[in-house]
Write a protein that binds this ligand. Structure first.
Ligand code: HEM
Length: 421
């Protein structure tokens, strides 16, 4: 490690360990708020998480920057592995900090209550880095709600019920997803709207670092968009095999959509026939199941970005599609790691606090109910949903000829036989 031309580096000047905040108990640092070893532990573990959250934000920003290359809007193939690397690292860090959560379970409830009285007014919801993570990933993007609403409308029509009845029935997982995301978005919209001039959200009153960071992030998102936004824009440019094996182009997505839906319905008919044999279902029942499947696949394939997800995942073994498909998988891994963190945090909160006593930020109960509702949020619902339409290799075999697919093979495989090197 060398710093500049003349001064050699050492661990202290490079890593700056002395700049870490000091939260040792009173015997060493006479601060009344820090005199309980359990409390010092509680504060330091939160700080450690914040350090990792900052790193995840950086990883997501790098990935976004690569996906949002300036005009002409285009991401070179050679940049996709780097996008995947940063997204996978963000997911790996989430997994790592999820594994750190059990350490807080060494904090027995009575020890926590000893210092909890100091905390009133403060709560994890005020972690601005966590909020930034959600925003940067894309949780404020309006098109998530649009897509989820369309899904509910479709399911309502298929069930033959009224929209109102279906939307109020929060037992439906899609309705819960919609309620959680749209509540989250409207909550933040309302806060920013109310304080547009100062750009300070209510719950960050007096938290100058949080207000400044969120203001900065909001401006960043308005100017540069979220990771979701750029991933979806990149997907929209996917090129699909052409008839006869000519150069793939985005305009052939209709052809893919048509052929894939045919193959999907054929595979579906096979499944429902098997079910009919097993359970002795009537022809009318089977026809109804098939009708619903047709409507669902038709709805999903309406959007070329959603077709692109299925196309990339279905033909991921084609050499030139392997990295784009890995990128789609990596986005899912990131969201799954985030969701697993939420889940583990909830289990930890339930163990330390239970669900009853008042929350330090004034939420109902201990805040557990709020936390459980956050589990339904999805930033990439289309990637999750695409799984429902995937086919086996055999079922997908008739969609393209070998020649068509070979346009996504290794470059040398595309040369005409005998053309030489
Ligand atoms: C004994 C340990 C912990 C307890 C009892 C606890 C409890 C809670 C509770 C009750 C909430 C609900 C809302 C609120 O009051 O703010 C919450 C939210 C939250 N906590 Fe914790 N927590 C603990 C540890 C941690 C740690 C180590 C982190 C890491 C920074 C963390 C990050 C968060 C975040 C980010 C939220 C907001 C989640 C969201 O809005 O989706 N918590 N926590």
């Amino acid at each position: 490690m060398t710093g500049g031309d003349t001064s050699p580096m050492n661990y202290e000047t490079y890593i700056l360990p002395h700049e870490l905040p000091d939260v040792r108990p009173r015997e060493i640092q006479p601060d009344p708020l820090r005199n309980d070893p359990d409390e010092a532990f509680f504060i330091r573990t939160h700080q450690a998480f914040e350090v990792w959250f900052a790193q995840i934000l950086d990883e997501m920003s790098y990935a976004r920057r690569l996906l949002a290359q300036p005009s002409p809007y285009y991401v070179p193939e050679s940049d996709i592995p780097a996008v995947v690397k940063h997204i996978r690292r963000a997911a790996a860090i989430f997994d790592l900090v999820r594994e750190h959560l059990p350490v807080l379970e060494t904090l027995d409830t009575t020890s926590f209550y000893k210092f909890r009285k100091h905390i009133f007014g403060a709560g994890g919801t005020q972690s601005y880095r966590f909020r930034e993570l959600e925003w940067l990933m894309g949780l404020l993007d309006k098109d998530i709600v649009g897509y989820t609403k369309q899904k509910i409308d479709l399911e309502t029509r298929l069930a033959g019920g009224s929209d109102k009845k279906k939307k109020s029935g929060l037992s439906d997982p899609v309705a819960q997803e919609l309620a959680s995301v749209s509540h989250y978005q409207s909550q933040w919209d309302a806060r920013w709207e109310k304080r547009r001039k100062q750009f300070l959200p209510d719950s960050f009153e007096g938290m100058t670092a949080a207000a400044a960071a969120l203001q900065h992030r909001m401006t960043d998102l308005l100017e540069n968009g979220s990771l979701r936004h750029h991933a979806m824009t990149w997907l929209a440019r996917t090129t699909f095999p052409a008839p006869g094996g000519a150069r793939p182009q985005a305009k052939y997505s209709d052809l893919f959509s048509h052929k894939f839906q045919q193959a999907y319905m054929k595979a579906h008919a096979g499944d429902s026939a098997r079910l009919a044999d097993l359970q002795g279902m009537s022809r009318a029942d089977i026809a109804e199941i098939d009708r619903q499947a047709r409507q669902r696949v038709k709805f999903f394939f309406r959007d070329p970005r959603r077709r692109a997800i299925v196309f990339l995942l279905q033909f991921a073994d084609q050499p030139l599609l392997a990295w784009p498909a890995s990128l789609v998988e990596a986005l899912l891994e990131l969201e799954q790691a985030f969701s697993n963190w939420r889940d583990r945090h909830i289990a930890m909160v339930a163990r330390v606090l239970g669900g009853g006593r008042i929350s330090t930020t004034g939420m109902a109960g201990s805040g557990l109910q709020y936390l459980r509702a956050t589990l339904n949020r999805r930033v990439f619902p289309e990637i999750w949903d695409a799984r429902s339409f995937m086919l086996s290799d055999d079922e997908a075999a008739g969609i393209y000829t070998r020649r068509q697919l070979s346009t996504y093979g290794f470059l040398h495989e595309r040369r005409a036989p005998g053309a030489g090197r």
